[in-house]
Write a protein that binds this ligand. Structure first.
Ligand SMILES: [Zn+2]
Length: 274
């Protein structure tokens, strides 16, 4: 029997079942059906799909992996960690701020990683911390992952300084935030406190700003040296399509080369860092 004439209807049905939620067995069957003849691949869970699911307040298409829940930014980060860092090879103390489940589970399994997840409230986090006042000693980590957190933090400059403080000399951090590249300066107003006003002005009820092109400056003022890595563009359109990535999502790779290393201290290496 030729399936081609029915493919669109099967896809619609499967997508609807996955989006609306269904019995775990039915979900597994749906995922198996989706992977048949698929053109996309999630680098995080290895799943293959016709397309990723829509996601967002204004749903954007092809965003959420139905297998592991990763979004575009998570898939990009995972590929970047594999391609351009020592994350999977060197012995590293890792701080993951505001963990998400798949990343947390994967890191916990990596034998080279001393993994600590932290959040002010999430039940997924091992440590309950306020990143504007991290109750840990200086130089506690070789690697910090902090993605899409600072947009929620009223005193983000203090949070950046704290992240810099707990990053060991020679370590590195990936600190991602959505950037509106049409803005030179970050837009924020501490007088805006009502959720409905924040949603109207900042795009979401729990956001407190929209970062502009000065995002890198803020990170550098906090003590980091920042390399903006246009890794997504380097991947090329074929891989962007295959992994469901956004081409304009740059990686903010932060490190502290100016800080003095103590004698004999372990140093994290990173491909391509000057
Ligand atoms: Zn996935």
């Amino acid at each position: 029997m030729r399936l081609a004439p029915y493919t669109r209807h099967i896809r619609t049905l499967v997508n609807r079942l996955l989006a609306e939620g269904c019995h775990p067995l039915a979900r597994k069957m749906c995922l198996a059906v989706r992977s048949f003849g698929s053109r996309l691949k999630c680098p995080c869970c290895g799943g293959r799909f016709w397309e990723f699911l829509p996601f967002g307040i204004t749903p954007r298409p092809n965003a959420l992996c139905p297998g592991c829940g990763s979004l575009e930014r998570h898939r990009l980060l995972w590929l970047y960690l594999k391609d351009r860092t020592n994350f999977f090879t060197d012995r590293l103390r890792v701080l993951d701020v505001a963990p998400i489940r798949f990343f947390s589970e994967q890191c916990t399994r990596l034998p080279n990683i001393d993994y600590v997840s932290a959040d002010i409230s999430s039940s997924l986090a091992k440590l309950k911390i306020d990143i504007t006042n991290i109750s840990l000693p200086d130089d506690s980590f070789d690697c910090i992952i902090c993605c899409h957190v600072l947009k929620h933090i009223p005193d983000d400059r203090k949070a950046m300084r704290e992240l810099c403080r707990v990053l060991a000399p020679g370590g590195w951090a990936i600190i991602q935030s959505p950037i509106d590249t049409n803005r030179g300066e970050t837009f924020e107003d501490p007088r805006v406190v009502l959720p409905e006003d924040r949603e109207r002005l900042f795009g979401q009820s729990d956001h407190v700003r929209i970062y502009g092109r000065d995002y890198q400056d803020r990170l550098e003022e906090a003590g980091f040296t920042v390399r903006v890595d246009r890794y997504a563009q380097d991947l090329g359109s074929c891989h962007l399509r295959r992994y469901g990535l956004a081409s304009d999502d740059d990686i903010y790779f932060c490190f502290t080369p100016g800080r003095q290393r103590r004698s004999g201290e372990r140093v994290a290496s990173i491909t391509g860092v000057p």
